[in-house]
Design a protein around this ligand. Sequence first.
Ligand SMILES: Cc1ncc(C[n+]2csc(CCOP(=O)(O)OP(=O)(O)O)c2C)c(N)n1
Length: 372
Amino acid sequence: MTAPDTLTILAPDGSLKGSEPQIAPDELLHCYRTMVRVRAFDDVCLKLQRSGRIGFSIPNKGVEACQVGAASALAKTDWIFPSYRDFGMALYHGVTPTDMMHNMFGNDLDTARGRQMPVHFSFTEPIKFVSISSPLGTQIPQAVGAAYAMKLRGEKTVALTSFGDGSTSTLGFHSGMNFAGVWKAPVVFLCQNNGYAISCSTAEQTASESFAIKAKAYGMPGVRVDGNDLLAMRAATLEAVERARRGEGPTLIEAVTFRMGGHSTSDDPTRYVPKELVEEWAKKDPIDRFERYLKKKKLWTKELGERTYAEAVDEVSAAVKVAESTPAPKLESIFSDVFASVPEHLRRQGQAAFDLAARKGDAGAGDGKFPL
Ligand SMILES: Cc1ncc(C[n+]2csc(CCOP(=O)(O)OP(=O)(O)O)c2C)c(N)n1
């Protein structure tokens, strides 16, 4: 089988392979800073998890250009139906590290009020970043339904949904792709092919010559893009977004990238990822590549790079201080935000639980007793 064409604009050495997109310096630097902030957020969260201050995190190292390049093609009025490895999409559009850190601690200011795992963010402002759900692929038909509703309402908005190579084996992927094609829904499918679905390699995931080719069966274009090339990711997503906005229907983008860290903080990738593969992909690091490009444009120096990372770590550390000192959600919150008006039987059960907690004391972490 011949390797399918893959769109690249920036070569790993930072030189241009294709024609240079016209992007203002401020925007290039915003994309760069966002990728660095994702890396800083990752680094801080790993330390928090290892020291027992949060329970879990998901590393993004290596896939920052996929997230930020794709997000940069969206307007604030568009909707994102993300995977759990899309921190950069939220940060690019102005979600703050503090907003995200509240979720990492599951505190009272977490938009999910501690009912979700860490990294299961949801935001309505400054962009619609729909709640991440752990069951793989469920965001795909949700995005298609939302996009179809946008079309029926005559809105000019677009939904982008992001998922990994492993998620293409879910029913959600196939039914979502099918009906998006039938309805010409304004949706962009972003498959981040990062080499593995936990320990399952892409060779064990599909017999197709690529993930992009699966688009053909559903009557939509499929494009393969170098996922470590921010400019290519932005250009391909922009084309797909514009096509969707013109009413011409969906596109599947396969971003070819590599997860340079573990699947999650509970994973040890050295058990299944060959060392040589990690070394090969380290040379294609998306942030290093973008720095080389910015340097050629005289927009980057080593000093600027170091300062950008240090500022990002300070910003994320400040977010940790705020989130860690924000109280946990109150017991009473377990019945809020679900019903417009709480049904009588739940009200009775809830009140009985609250009364018992008031009499016996709420369960405290690590006290070895369960007073309820
Ligand atoms: C329906 C379902 N099956 C299995 C799992 C367990 N699981 C969690 S993450 C994961 C790997 C997903 O890989 P991929 O979709 O490629 O995304 P990546 O983690 O590589 O970004 C699996 C199998 C799950 N969460 N949901």
